[in-house]
Ligand binder design. Sequence first.
Ligand code: FAD
Length: 449
Amino acid sequence: MVGDDPKIVIVGGGFGGLWAASALANKPVSVTLIDRKNHHVFQPLLYQVATSVLSPGEIAQPLRRILNDAKNVDVLLGEVTDFDKENSAVKLEDGSKVEYDYLIVAAGARHSYFGHNDWETSAPGLKTLEDAVEMRRRILLAFELAERQAYLEGEHRPLNFVVVGGGPTGVELAGAIADIARQALAKDFKKIDTRKTKVILFEGSDRVLGTFTPDLTDSAKKQLEDLGVEVRLNSFVTDIAPGKVKVGEDWIECDVVLWATGVAASPLGTRLVAETDKAGRVFVEPDLSLKDHKNIFVIGDMASIRQEDGTPVPGVSPAAMQMGTATAKNILAEIKGKPRTKFKYVDKGSMATIGRSKAIADVFGMKLTGFVAWMFWLFLHVFFLIGFRNRFAVIFEWFWAYLTRERSARLITGDAAELRNALLFLEGEEAVKILDERSERNKAGRSAT
Ligand SMILES: Cc1cc2nc3c(=O)[nH]c(=O)nc-3n(C[C@H](O)[C@H](O)[C@H](O)COP(=O)(O)OP(=O)(O)OC[C@H]3O[C@@H](n4cnc5c(N)ncnc54)[C@H](O)[C@@H]3O)c2cc1C
């Protein structure tokens, strides 16, 4: 801590919190950034970890390292569980308290299961590195189990993947799974034909990527179908059980279900005892502060605020970054006795990738599709990775995957007990019996030698 400088506590080192901390670096304030993880994750590339293109370390960086030049910023590993607004302090999981003069809450959002949290075990969502590694494990394991069944029994049941939600994450996941099944994995498996893998994308509305214009979403649907994805629009998933999903009245069997829809803001919003919208986002004033507590700001995916034209500021990384920088500027201005300014979101366009050489983009007034849009997407993501020590590795991995269609990060982690559980989940009791018998035989063989 530096003398009597105003104390600023930032909760969350994602796009909003990290950008706020960077804008406050080496300024006459004392900053404490608290996050329950020790790293910042570049979430737009999580699906690349889930589908084996990149390794977790290539899209994440320790917060401490990113901020090591910021002499006035302390980084604390800890889970914020509550706020003591009367005494201007945040509470950590062990009951300890950190005091503030200004508080910036940027704890983000997760996917929502619309009241069916029990579906999460069967249909994981994608938000953290752990989620991405779990998805990768399930995807790769499904192919391994099919190969094993074909080896042991001479045939295997069809491989089906289901992705729920046709937003950017669902589209990216469905496209990437179809792509690896048809290209990267095809020559590695000897007993199964991975190219026959079925990938079904269920979307409740009548369009995928519904925030884009109809011509671009039509193109996205066609690009997905070209990759072999079956796109089912106007299809709501109404129930999920191990190995199957219910759509309308029909149960559809599948090996892996991935959840890519719904938004639920961090539950910390309710701990602030502030008014929230249906997704739990906190209603904030035009300067992103709370109505009754002008020294508390809520930013990024946790904030509910409208633009001048009445449309909501979207839950995307540029909005979170802009909110982080704007809040830091307002605090610094106020300390100097100057007035705060209203937050104004600058929309620089949007893009979504669908697969190798496939994307749509609405940038600089231009509507782009296919390879050109994909190049835009690729260069923009490389640009934003700048500052990450491993950006060269990422560029190399992409280039390699592009040229060879190879996926290098294809490790399944976990031990035999986990594999047994996965088998039970995907293949049922019979397959587990085969595994157990074989393992007993192996043990007997080892002890005989
Ligand atoms: C799979 C995926 C793909 C995406 N793709 C894109 C894209 O292509 N383009 C785009 O613009 N946006 C994309 N987004 C959205 C974008 O990532 C978010 O809008 C952005 O991360 C929001 O920033 P934030 O700071 O509000 O929250 P986050 O970046 O989520 O950061 C929240 C931080 O708070 C920490 N935290 C949470 N709770 C606590 C607690 N109780 N105590 C301590 N720390 C806590 C978390 O560990 C995390 O570090 C994507 C999101 C996901 C999940």
